[in-house]
Design a protein around this ligand. Structure first.
Ligand code: LMR
Length: 394
């Protein structure tokens, strides 16, 4: 039977991670997969996570099932973190899912039940997994204008013009903050306009919130979900704890449907639970229990917020250092957008051959669309990186 199939394409982000690990060069630089790195180039377990994990192990009494929709304390703590007091809690239906990707997957299944074969609009460009995920869920994928490669900013007027032409049958996938892969984000005023457009056309938002706290802070990064959920009757949101809690391999995420009222929220909840039971039965608990504990314990929460702030500030500092180093060497402002961007990524605007050259000649790894993970910028070798980028860009 298997011979009747073709080999499927590999995911380029994880393929690059494998290539990087296999590269024997000592001075290689990993700007590829989106995992946070400290100044030594490691991805350590956050200290609040380590402490919570020890408590989880010490206090555990059973390994029996938690339930189809997962850890309720986790879901409530996450939705409080995301929405604050912006909306009535009775409108919120949430389930725990395996990571941000698992959360998107649950929501896409629900979407396909409500609107079989409907259209999903994703940003041009978007995270490389968005399109295959939507297609696997049976949705048609179209792209809305987003990134202006010339300026490094969002083509907001074109984006809005495209949104304004949509109708109630359309769904729009929006990156709440820290856009992946470009690093270019909407201002609050632009989010207000997006909310007004969606209100007018009836197009439905699916918000991907994978980097809460990595952009401008926990409150600032929650602006879009709060605005959209308070202005619109219904919203879907996928939350990931992979990055902001550094829980990548534990797969802790939350799929949220905000309904117009308690009754529609209850329908959405039952649908999500039904989808989960028929697919993977229930999510893993360990990562979710760590997050629940951190968010509910004032001391652990303060420690986590301080660590998250330190990570965010380090990424901003690395952005500024790289942009400065390039400007000093080239006397040009071509890469200044790196300092303006927020989150983990920036799209540099190099072509595939230039990206390949950097990998082969300099051991500098980035995704083939020239997306870099700024947390991977080596702080003590920023000048070397700037030299290599300029050499290949010329
Ligand atoms: C990334 O974009 O590098 C991360 O979100 C990891 C992933 O799952 O692709």
């Amino acid at each position: 039977m298997f011979e009747t199939l073709k080999k499927a394409p590999v995911d380029k982000i994880f393929a690059l991670m494998g290539e990087y690990r296999a590269d024997p060069r000592k001075d290689k630089t990993d700007l590829g997969i989106g995992v946070y790195k400290d100044p030594t180039g490691e991805t350590p377990i956050m200290s609040a996570v380590k402490k919570a994990e020890q408590k989880v192990f010490a206090d555990a009494k059973t390994k029996t099932y938690v339930g189809v929709s997962g850890n309720r304390g986790f879901c409530d703590a996450v939705t409080d973190l995301v929405f604050g007091d912006a909306i009535e809690k009775s409108r919120i239906a949430s389930v725990q899912a395996p990571g941000g990707t698992g959360s998107i997957w649950v929501l896409l299944q629900l979407l396909n039940r409500a609107r079989p074969g409907g259209t999903m609009w994703i940003s041009d460009p978007s995270w490389p997994n968005h399109q295959p995920m939507c297609e696997l869920a049976g949705l048609n994928v179209k792209a809305y204008p987003y990134f202006d490669a010339e300026s490094g900013d969002v083509k907001f007027d074109e984006m809005l013009a495209c949104l304004d032409k949509m109708g109630p049958e359309d769904t729009v996938l929006l990156h709440a903050c820290c856009h992946n892969p470009t690093g270019a984000n909407l201002t609050n005023e632009q989010w207000d306009k997006v909310a007004a457009s969606l209100k007018k056309t009836g197009a439905f938002p699916l918000i991907d919130l994978a980097y809460l706290g990595f952009g401008d802070g926990l409150e600032a990064d929650a602006y879009a979900p709060r605005k959209l959920a308070s202005e619109l009757p219904e919203v879907m949101l996928a939350f990931s704890a992979s990055k902001n809690f550094g829980l990548y391999r534990e797969r802790a995420g939350c799929a949220v449907c905000v309904g117009s009222d308690e009754n529609t929220a209850a329908i959405a909840y039952s649908q999500m639970a039904n989808i989960i039971r028929a697919s993977y039965s229930q999510p893993p608990d360990h990562g979710a229990e760590i997050v629940r504990l951190i968010l509910s314990d004032p001391a652990l929460r303060a420690e986590w917020e301080a660590e998250l702030k330190e990570m965010r500030e380090r990424m901003v500092r690395l952005r500024v250092k790289l942009a400065d180093a390039i400007r000093e060497r080239s006397n040009a402002t071509d890469f200044d957008f790196v300092a303006r961007h927020r989150g983990m990524f920036s799209l540099l605007g190099l072509d595939k051959a230039q990206v390949e050259h950097l990998k082969l000649s300099n051991g500098i790894y980035m995704i083939d669309d020239s997306r870099i993970n700024v947390a991977g910028i080596p702080e003590d070798r920023v000048g070397e990186l700037a030299d290599a980028l300029l050499a290949v860009a010329r």
